[in-house]
Ligand binder design. Sequence first.
Ligand code: UDP
Ligand code: MG
Length: 326
Amino acid sequence: MMRLAIICPCYNEHEVLDESARRLSLLLDELTAARKISADSYVLLVNDGSRDDTWEIIRSLHAADPRFRGLNLARNAGHQNAIMAGMMTVRGRCDAAVTIDVDLQDDLEALKRMIDKYREGTDIVYGVKRSRRGDSWMKRTTAESFYRLQHAMGVETVFNHADFRLMSGRALDELAQYGERNLYLRGIVPLLGLRTDTVDDVIGEREAGKSKYTLKKMANLAVDGITSFSVKPIHLIFGAGLFFLGVSVAMTIYILWSYFVHSVVPGWTSLMLSLWFIGSILLLAIGVIGEYIGKIYVEVKARPRYHIESLLGDDPTPPLRKNDER
Ligand code: UDP
Ligand code: MG
């Protein structure tokens, strides 16, 4: 039977923790009774440097029910890092992990379907928002236009998927190879390959408390979501340079024509010629430098070049994680 770990990042979640813990323990009870998960499955509450008494609440939850475990980060590392810390902590200590926000806006029914998919052999299951009933108009439009922009910039992500997902132990092992700091999990997980699937997720209201995602945090995430995966913005600069070089040729013809056909103010011709020419050369130069910086950026991230799906014959070294029993 599979051992499940549910990971919840918590930042100043005083208002929701008790209620969420109650619902999560009911969920564990139900899944254990249905013999879908083993009795030693657990919830890992990651305290992301909260300023309120979130950690004290987590400690008392653990004291009351050891299926609630806690991980206390020394300072606020942000949602993405908190999730990553949780996943790297449960790695090797579970068969599969589900990450879900502690406000439980995501659908617990979808979580159950994720487990069924895992038992059928899937390694990564994405929760995809089908309805955003609980999200404000603002949140919905900004989020959806962000996903579109990201797509236009050539970043491969799952549309309308946030960080509600199941990862098998094997997927966690592969993920552990990514050492980058500008963490944007929604971009990395699709790079892992493996067997993936989606389940529909109906977004509800926050149980209590306010959103912990400030505008600043959202903007940072959006910038990471594009710049960590795509050098397209740099290509755009280079393209603009080429475009303006073309314009500059057209302008040269026009300027020389003006010079010869009607008299122009002295100095205008040389000024105009250099303006367009130098402008386009500068853009091109920035684009070229950008290309190199883009390459350096990709190198310093030192991402794994490939992930092995399977190997036939020969002893794989280092040993591949053997396909766990489902
Ligand atoms: N969170 C976190 N660190 C932060 C900000 C948020 O761990 O710096 C957690 C928060 O406790 C919640 C999840 O990330 O479990 C999502 O945050 P929230 O529900 O406030 O965002 P929203 O649903 O409004 O996008
Ligand atoms: Mg939320």
